[in-house]
Design a protein around this ligand. Sequence first.
Ligand code: AMP
Ligand code: ZN
Length: 459
Amino acid sequence: MELKLFNSLTRKKQALKPINNTVNFYFCGPTVYWYQHIGNMRAFYVMDMVRRTVKYLGYNINQVMNITDVGHMTSDADEGEDKMEVASKREHKTPEEIAKFYWGICFNDMQALNVETPEHICPATSVINDIIAFVQDILDNGYGYITENGVYYDTSKCPNYGALGGMNQNEKQFGARIKVDEFKRNPADFVLWVKAKDNHIQRWNSPWGVGYPGWHIECSAIGNKFLGEHIDIHGGGVEHKTVHHENEIAQNYAKCGHQVVDIWFHLEHLMFNGGKMSKSTGGIYTLSNLKEKGYSPMDLRMFYLSAHYSKPQNFTFEALNNAKESYSNLKKLLLKHKNGTSKIETSKLNWLKTKFTEYLADDINTPLALSVVWDALKNYPDSVDIYNLMLDFDHVLGLKLAEVKEETKQIPSEIIALAEERKLARINKDYKQSDILRDKIASLGYTILDKPKNEYEIK
Ligand code: AMP
Ligand code: ZN
């Protein structure tokens, strides 16, 4: 079945048309200057759902995620200070130490959320030469210019600049959001390479002096290095539409002379207290914060699954509690089916699988896919066929269903001692004492089941 995704550029659902059945997928990864919160984690969960759906529908995948460890300014539009430099000063560590520490935590959280590891994970600082070569190509092709501050992209040269974010002529002309840099030819022009000030820590030699790359160029250079000139899906949070991804389109066009990305894919934000959950505005939770409060990563994944990626999702503890309860119910029903003996007709199983697949193939509609899960679990007789179907669905859901086991009651040592005493009484044919001990065990909430040769089971 072919996968259709909403393309933010054409504003239509579009079928994926990968070359040789392999989907080239790029997703904008974390800026590793601080903890990633559960808003960021929604982005990585969505990234994972794209990957898992692509694979479930029978395509191969080649996925790249960058790690931004240089060049991301405190404003996405290149204003302010580099976030890595800010963190470095705040924590009295080198930018490398900062990146290693926060990336480590981010990676662990992704693993805990059962996010599959992309084929390529690439820190920007590991490809500075590729970035420099990309900037050089942009200059050679006539789309860039050099100023006292660094190298800039000339947006007036790029046809349709602003089409993705819906930027109008006025915004392009006057750069409404940003202070106009005196060295820029056009207000919307953006930096490709920044000349480093004397006290700037991260710095590399380049044909344009010592400096560091802008943020937008890293994604174009990394995408080009690993995926070439054809990327089937390029994704990220919705805030990237207006600046970051707009600029990527322009950079790719300057180097390659054509559109490199087929489908621009954006997820809406996780909201909290009426706004986007964000490090800069405060009011954030990390996965560790939730674990401390008694929620598992799979409770959070269940919460994410309940909303469509293209809609903002509101985070409340009430909603998280509901997801936790749903996950617990799902596990209980799953175990009933695991031990079930009914046989389900193949045509019915096929129908369930087709519905589940259709919903995912139609722009990854997880709420509808979950409705098939509940239908199968609740409305069919207990059957291992349904259990196996759920394990198949879990290739996409990622809820670790194969690991769900009956919870074994921990029998207290006091009960075991009484049971052993009773066993001895039975061996000695002292059935009166044996009955007394069984009643005592029952009064403590346990049942003893006798087995051949004086063995027993405690329930
Ligand atoms: P950053 O570390 O800020 O570069 O963000 C990493 C990823 O998380 C990007 O794809 C962002 O678009 C995404 N993101 C940031 N905040 C949120 C949020 N509140 N909800 C969903 N995604 C977010
Ligand atoms: Zn990016």
